[in-house]
Design a protein around this ligand. Sequence first.
Ligand SMILES: NC(=O)c1ccc[n+]([C@@H]2O[C@H](COP(=O)([O-])OP(=O)(O)OC[C@H]3O[C@@H](n4cnc5c(N)ncnc54)[C@H](O)[C@@H]3O)[C@@H](O)[C@H]2O)c1
Length: 277
Amino acid sequence: MPEQEGKVAFISGLARGIGRATAVRLASEGADIIGFDAVEPLPSQGGPASVPEDLEETKLLVEKLGRRIIARKCDSRDLAAVTSTVDEGVAEFGRLDVVVANAGILGNPGPVAEISAEEWDNVISNNLTGHFNTVKAAIPHLIDSGRGGSVILVSSALALRAQPNLAPYISAKMGVIGLMKTLALELGTQNIRVNCVHPTSTATPLLLNEHNFKAFRPDLDAPTWEDVEPVYRSMNLMPLPYVETEDIANAVAFLASDKARYITGLTLPVDAGSLLL
Ligand SMILES: NC(=O)c1ccc[n+]([C@@H]2O[C@H](COP(=O)([O-])OP(=O)(O)OC[C@H]3O[C@@H](n4cnc5c(N)ncnc54)[C@H](O)[C@@H]3O)[C@@H](O)[C@H]2O)c1
């Protein structure tokens, strides 16, 4: 029987990138999907915003696999909106088994001495409070079911190895580990497992955009992919500039599955060896 047959997963940041790949992967294993995305520009987003058509595309991809999906426009910074999204989905599909807090932004790189307090607040509220809201809204459904479940928080390899110029992002992603470990302790006796996935550079619009190219090659006026590729490559041990969204979805799917039934409180890097450097 497919790993997720008869199960329901709730995913934030569903419109594109890792969120979309995760939805498609879990749906391919039999899960129905509830999810949301802001699909509009977010404060301090840095890179390009996703658009409603992106969310529609995720919906079509899941439906093509023969699974049901409820995909809403919603901002993870708004707890009431996240709660009504997951409540609506659970009312429709009748259960919840897997929660993936994934929505995030990179922010605008810069040293702490130069970034604004507003930049700090924007990234922390998006990437840390947003994950808190997503799990807070969802876990009552896991607890009430009595069947247990799996919660996966998408952090970053940078949470396990800091680097300069990304303090709000890295602080938020390290904070996500604290949230994960606390939740794992609070929910373990109810068979609800809570883990983090830590991607290295992954091929999504969050990473691959002109704004970032400029941050990685400040010496050039208009750096191209050819200019930045060696920089991205140098951050991984294995010989590649980035991993694919499917590589992250594979790790999420493993943690969501019964194959990981006794794994909780784990920080799982998908890092092409970058943490060894
Ligand atoms: N791409 C990478 O290199 C990389 C590396 C490490 C970690 N990550 C993490 O992976 C996660 C997914 O990122 P991605 O690379 O797929 O980026 P992406 O920009 O392609 O997709 C992220 C999606 O999340 C949505 N989103 C962001 N903030 C939101 C909010 N407050 N409410 C609702 N939706 C919101 C965006 O609209 C977007 O559609 C993020 O948490 C990111 O920090 C990415």
